[in-house]
Design a protein around this ligand. Structure first.
Ligand code: FES
Length: 393
């Protein structure tokens, strides 16, 4: 044993400990406002920001694209496939709603920066119709971005990406296609896009323009389920179609309605796609009739929900076939939601009494949370009267 070296180490460690104790004792209890790293991080990602609607245009007969420019400053850096969260008050409901960004990241770095979302009309529950009626050019809205992990990561994903999309789930791939065509994303993209009729194709012109500009890197395959006039692929996005158009060694990315997700997930298993090579966007909650094991006898029932927020306590009605988050929103009680698919944890709440059903499709709770009665309000349904504690927004 080298005693001299050992004593030197002990002496050094005790000096460092003393220095550390002095620094802690003399340190400020508040973060240094001039910390350049903090200032840079805040400048790049300022949390909530105010944006102005600077363009509204048709993306298809059944969908609209909205362009948002920052009221002050810049658009935070984002990646193709990430989403933006809007903060809205509609009637007495206080809502947050997430939308995938349909514009490309390079468009957020132009001299007049912006980002865009594309919204399908007539989707149930308030928001798309509210956008249609209220978001005219010049309107202001509060939003935060970016969020989500649904983007190409070279350390994890193959450069041969197959985007499997349905309905407005095309928007992350529209963003990706535009970024590839601009020369700032070096991947090969095959998009297999399921629609009912060709008139339902969302962002069709933008996708085609990107594919025409970059034919060696972008391939579009449209599949129509009910379109007699269509002379391309017909039916659903099946295993045969996926295998027919898949390149060598692909990574599959899925974004679309929950019912399509169930079909695609089965197909991925049947083809033998490794789990790491199948990525999907956080799916919003499907109708309860589509959730495996949802207790049928609960459909149509209503319970009493006692909501504890700090020193406040409210008692509101909650339908058994709607997530707890929706009951809160209907009652005007703010709950921060982002993914609305059980994954991000922003709506994490505590169950104090009663029973809930948690959708196995979107159960993103940690093991310890399950053990100690924490749940995600966006993916849990009341099956008795409940008493819950939610975070204060
Ligand atoms: S909003 Fe993401 S887990 Fe509930």
């Amino acid at each position: 044993m080298k005693v001299k070296g050992f004593l030197k180490d002990v002496g050094g460690a005790s000096r460092v400990t003393k220095m550390r104790q002095e620094l802690i004792a003399n340190g400020s209890p508040v973060p240094d406002p001039k910390d350049p790293i903090r200032a840079l991080a805040d400048a790049l990602h300022p949390g909530k920001q105010d944006f102005v609607v600077t363009e509204v245009r048709e993306a298809s007969p059944t969908s609209t694209t909205y362009r948002f420019s920052p009221k002050n400053g810049h658009v935070p850096v984002f990646q193709c496939g990430q989403y933006v969260n809007f903060y809205l008050t509609i009637g007495q409901s206080v809502l947050t709603r997430a939308y995938s960004i349909s514009s490309a990241p390079y468009e957020a770095r132009l001299a007049d920066p912006y980002f865009e979302i594309t919204v399908r009309h007539n989707v149930p529950y308030l928001v798309p119709d509210w956008f249609l009626e209220n978001l005219k050019v010049g309107a202001e809205i509060t939003a935060a971005l970016p969020f989500g992990q649904f983007y190409y990561e070279p350390l994890r994903d193959s450069r041969n990406i197959v985007g499997l999309a349905g309905g407005s789930g095309i928007t992350p791939f529209a963003s990706m296609a535009k970024e590839i065509a601009h020369g700032t994303l070096d991947v090969n993209l095959t998009v297999i896009y399921g629609s009912v009729k060709h008139t339902d194709i969302v962002c069709g012109d933008e996708l085609q323009a990107a594919a025409d500009a970059c034919p060696d890197k972008i391939r579009l395959v449209h599949v129509m389920s009910e379109d007699e006039e269509w002379d391309g692929e017909k039916g659903f996005v099946t295993r045969e179609i996926i295998e027919k158009y898949s390149p060598e060694d692909p990574s599959y990315f899925f974004c679309g309605p929950p019912v399509m997700y169930f079909m695609i997930e089965k197909t991925m298993k049947a083809i033998g796609v490794p789990r790491r090579r199948f990525r999907h966007d956080a799916a919003a909650q499907p109708k309860v009739t589509l959730i495996p094991s949802f207790p049928e006898d609960q459909i149509g029932k209503e319970y009493q929900l006692t909501v504890v927020r700090g020193i406040h306590e409210d008692v509101i009605p909650a339908k058994a076939d709607e997530p707890v988050a929706v009951a809160l929103e209907r009652a005007g009680i703010p709950i921060d939601t982002h993914c609305r698919g059980g994954k991000c944890g922003y709506c994490r709440s505590q169950l104090l009494a009663g029973d809930i059903f948690v959708s196995p499709v979107n159960d993103g709770r940690r093991a310890m949370d399950k053990e100690f009665g924490w749940f995600h309000a966006c993916s849990a349904y009341p099956v008795s009267d409940l008493r819950i504690k939610i975070p204060i927004m």
